[in-house]
Design a protein around this ligand. Structure first.
Ligand SMILES: NC(=O)c1ccc[n+]([C@@H]2O[C@H](COP(=O)([O-])OP(=O)(O)OC[C@H]3O[C@@H](n4cnc5c(N)ncnc54)[C@H](O)[C@@H]3O)[C@@H](O)[C@H]2O)c1
Length: 356
């Protein structure tokens, strides 16, 4: 399957379990050299894969960075750039991000900086990266002041997805990725909502066909949104459904103890309840939303969240505008709006109930 991300001259294909060869696609780029950026976990698990690529593509080398969100920073980006500079690579270099969202975000950012920008390819290996982060061109690293605060919009030249990579993904990471899948159910229109209603359990059970289909559908939704609003001046903000709450949770636990996708599960519950509380969701849809929300897997939190602190953490999110919180709340089936028309009291009340 191929989904196309339509961005004029920066358009690119996303290959999902395609039969053609990744190596041939790389060679067809005409790159003079190729650098795979990955982490130590992936380098060990996929040592054979990496050595096959190295043997089949002249001039391909790997750069291995430490695994973990705590290494998603400028220091690691600088170490990648050091490696590229030391290898004396030129502007026809193609950089390949082989890993989850952390590797994808960081590698894309490094590629945007090296010699003012070289081409890069995303090879996402977590469910979260397959359905979300590898598409759309948001690249970034974290700063002590907050997550993803330093970055660039920089699109890959193609995305290569093989769902077999998920076979080695730990269960907790897989389930967390389902948080983003559920998000697409709420923002992606009737057909996606129905798919999630019917097949979310199959996806959770890692049924290969269901996983492949949900990856395709999610990417199609993301590609459509990104094609319309690449730099998030409008519609793209819908992709942040559940994220205002989710990011606050991640920050509260200092980005450890809760995974990004786990925060999204909780965030979705809060966003739905806020939709009711603020009167955006008509009552006749309540039952259907509740059924969809019942699929939420609430990960255990390291400790009971303090609601007032969570509220204050929301203001450090870069999605605030002129100091105002903006929430993505569902309205009709499969659709949402971005609104600042919610009161602090409503937000606090929702969180008090959800985190009771
Ligand atoms: N750019 C975007 O649009 C966007 C969107 C959503 C999230 N993100 C970012 O993505 C990051 C989270 O990504 P993630 O959830 O993929 O986390 P991750 O990249 O940290 O990967 C999770 C863990 O799984 C391991 N792993 C990856 N693939 C594996 C495989 N196939 N087999 C076994 N282990 C594997 C990784 O080494 C890591 O330990 C966050 O930094 C978040 O900010 C970016």
């Amino acid at each position: 399957m191929i989904v196309s991300v339509e961005l004029g001259e920066r358009s690119y294909p996303v290959y999902i379990d395609e039969q053609n060869s990744f190596v041939d696609l790389l060679k067809a780029t005409g790159g003079t050299s190729f650098v795979v950026v990955t982490n130590d976990t992936m380098a060990e698990l996929y040592a054979e894969e990496l050595s096959r690529w190295e043997s089949e593509i002249t001039g391909l080398q790997s750069v291995v960075v430490p695994d973990g969100e705590q290494y998603k920073n400028m220091e690691t980006v600088m170490s990648v750039l050091d490696s590229l500079l030391e290898a004396k690579l030129d502007r026809k270099t193609v950089v390949i991000a082989f890993g989850g969202g952390v590797i994808g975000d960081m590698t894309g950012f490094a590629a945007s900086l090296f010699l003012r920008g070289v081409r890069f390819v995303q090879v996402p290996t977590t469910l979260l990266a397959m359905v979300d982060s590898s598409v759309g061109g948001k690249t970034a690293v974290n700063h002590a002041m907050g997550k993803n605060l330093i970055g660039a919009f920089y699109q890959p030249i193609f995305v290569w997805i093989e769902t077999r990579f998920l076979d080695t993904l730990p269960e907790r990471e897989f389930v967390a990725g389902c948080g983003e899948v559920l998000k697409y159910g709420f923002i992606g229109g009737e057909s996606m909502f129905a798919f999630v209603e019917e097949q979310f359990q199959d996806v959770l059970a890692r049924d290969r066909d269901a996983v492949r289909e949900v990856v395709r559908r999610s990417i199609q939704i993301k590609a459509d949104v990104v094609a319309e609003d690449e730099r998030e001046t409008g519609r793209r903000a819908l992709l942040n459904f559940g994220h205002t709450f989710g990011h606050a949770l991640e920050k509260m636990y200092n980005y450890s103890g809760i995974l990004h996708g786990e925060g999204i599960f909780w965030g979705i519950r809060c966003a739905i309840d806020l939709g009711f509380e603020a009167g955006f969701i008509p009552t006749d849809l309540k039952a259907r939303y509740d059924r969809a929300a019942s699929k939420i897997i609430y990960p255990e939190l390291p400790s009971k969240p303090t609601v007032e602190s969570l509220f204050s953490y929301m203001f450090s999110d870069k999605k605030t505008e002129a100091g105002k919180l903006r929430f993505v709340v569902p309205t009709t089936i499969g659709e949402s709006i971005v609104s600042s028309a919610v009161t602090k009291e409503q937000v606090i009340s929702v969180m008090n109930k959800v985190f009771a």
